[in-house]
Write a protein that binds this ligand. Sequence first.
Ligand SMILES: NC(=O)c1ccc[n+]([C@@H]2O[C@H](COP(=O)([O-])OP(=O)(O)OC[C@H]3O[C@@H](n4cnc5c(N)ncnc54)[C@H](OP(=O)(O)O)[C@@H]3O)[C@@H](O)[C@H]2O)c1
Length: 233
Amino acid sequence: MTHGETAAEPRTALVTGANRGIGRAVAAELHRRNLRVVVTGRDAEAARAAAAEIGSGVRSHALDVTDPDGVIRSSEEIGPVDVLVCNAGVLLDMGTDPLSVPLELVERTLLVNLLGSWRVTQAFVPPMVRRGWGRVVLVSSGTTAEFGGALFAGAPGYSISKSALNGLTAMLAAQTEGSGVLVNAVNPGRVRTRMMPTQTTLPEEAARYIADVATLPADGPTGRFLTGNRSRG
Ligand SMILES: NC(=O)c1ccc[n+]([C@@H]2O[C@H](COP(=O)([O-])OP(=O)(O)OC[C@H]3O[C@@H](n4cnc5c(N)ncnc54)[C@H](OP(=O)(O)O)[C@@H]3O)[C@@H](O)[C@H]2O)c1
């Protein structure tokens, strides 16, 4: 797999939910690989602090993926990016089940995990297509399944949101095929973050795999659900 600096200019990469957890580690890894990174987070100060800690030249921008006007404004202010990592996500319904989970929790989950990522792709992917180059990674989960018993029912809204995100990945890949834009979903595996505090795998390990997919060569796959490690995630 290639790194970001394949052209005369370094590629620009935007990561959502990059103030902490996997997103922050992905931003740091892409910076290490010489991409120009934009750390985004719904809290401007948290994004700014993370960007400053990652390194010099790392930009930050406030971006709440559930805010339609804010996403459009951000895309205008940031300008075109070459690499987009839709990482922002919430896990709100762990320990529930499909028959009793409060649908308000499912709704809030879908707003961030599915519609938030979708909205961000609508803002940032069309310029990639026009420019003829782009890499899009949608951070998914091993709780997903296309149909049937493998779908994890113990966090039903979350599982549905990530399964739908995989469906979105396939649709975006089909629509952008041949344009120079590659769109893939990644299951990072189980990673120790605020979302999954008892896991052993560190965000940096998941970030290396996500960064590989974010910097795929031109003949790399598109429309795939790629798994970083064997744990379910
Ligand atoms: N950890 C795992 O084992 C695991 C496994 C499979 C998949 N994943 C996926 O990996 C991604 C990152 O998760 P993580 O483990 O790093 O969790 P995390 O530490 O809880 O981080 C989640 C990130 O998403 C951000 N976020 C939440 N709502 C947002 C919104 N409306 N707009 C913008 N950002 C928002 C959070 O920002 P705030 O700080 O402002 O809340 C935070 O930066 C998620 O999509 C998650 O589903 C994680």
